[in-house]
Write a new protein. Structure first.
Length: 260
């Protein structure tokens, strides 16, 4: 997870859009290249990727192993910088930021969800969820209140006092999602969020993403499983560092309704 940073109000912070303007995209990737190695060993992990994701979208990024998904995730998550191209995160040009400012973007604007949950063991669910708020000037009692609200939003308000070891895999991932959301990020960025889960628990997580999407959350989910991607509203397919298709799932709402 991103290194926590104290947070003075930064000057580069983009002003909120005027009400009459179209809201800025959450993600705007413009001709992104990422090259690893040199000469014979050169790998073009991303080879000219442009992608815009607007507020409120639920997007799956799919592709075979080696297609560039993790590289894309690392760039979208401001964990790695592209070799060339421009990336605007919520209107902010990330190429102009230093490490400290990038860490602030990660902490304030992005909620990360990982395959392996990454919860702190022997620490109650509510305290796991409150953790990202400890790095800000939020008082203890308010942290607790906000964490309980976030747990409620993922349907786990009755498990606040449980330790990770006392929760199922699906429940642990819901705690991790609550932790990702407690800071009210503009983007929920999930890397193979169902990868460690059985079919039933995977459904639980995808149902939750659908509900969060219905409440207006912006979700980007990286997955190699087509049946997981099928639950998103839009599917971006990667191959050899390129986007080879970008499809709105027109039957999305119908399918979502039928799945319950
Ligand atoms: N740190 C790295 N150094 C060299 N090559 C890398 C590195 N990371 C990824 N690659 C290569 O870049 C390509 C895309 O990898 P990756 O983004 O991990 O794909 P995916 O997540 O879809 O499996 C692959 O060919 C991979 O071997
Ligand atoms: Mg990968």
């Amino acid at each position: 997870m991103a290194a926590p940073t104290p947070a003075p109000a930064p000057e580069y912070w983009a002003a909120p859009p005027a009400p009459h303007r179209r809201p800025r995209p959450v993600i705007a990737l413009n001709a992104i290249h990422k090259v690893y190695g040199q000469g014979e060993a050169e790998v073009r992990a991303l080879d000219g990727v442009s992608l815009t994701i607007e507020r409120g979208e639920f997007v799956a990024i799919v592709g075979a192993s080696g297609s560039g998904k993790s590289t894309m995730m690392n760039i979208i998550g401001c964990l790695d910088a592209p070799t060339s191209g421009r990336y605007f995160m919520d209107g902010i040009e990330t190429g102009e930021l230093d490490e400290f400012q990038l860490a602030q973007i990660r902490n304030r604007k992005i909620g990360f969800v990982f395959q392996s949950f990454n919860l702190i063991p022997r620490t109650r669910a509510v305290d796991n969820v409150a953790m990202p708020l400890a790095y800000r000037k939020v008082h203890r009692r308010e942290r607790h209140t906000l964490a309980l609200e976030a747990l409620d939003a993922v349907g786990l308000s009755t498990r606040a006092g449980h330790l990770p070891s006392q929760l199922s895999g699906g429940q642990q991932q819901r705690v991790a999602i609550a932790r990702a959301l407690v800071t009210e990020p503009v983007l929920l960025l999930a890397d193979e969020p169902t990868g460690a889960l059985d079919t039933h628990s995977s459904e639980e997580i995808l149902d939750l993403f659908e509900a969060l999407h219905a409440r207006g959350r912006t979700i980007v989910m990286i997955t190699h499983e087509p049946e997981v991607a099928a639950r998103a509203e839009r599917v971006v397919r990667m191959q050899d560092g390129h986007i080879v298709s970008d499809t709105a799932q027109t039957a999305y709402h119908h399918l979502a309704g039928g799945a319950r």
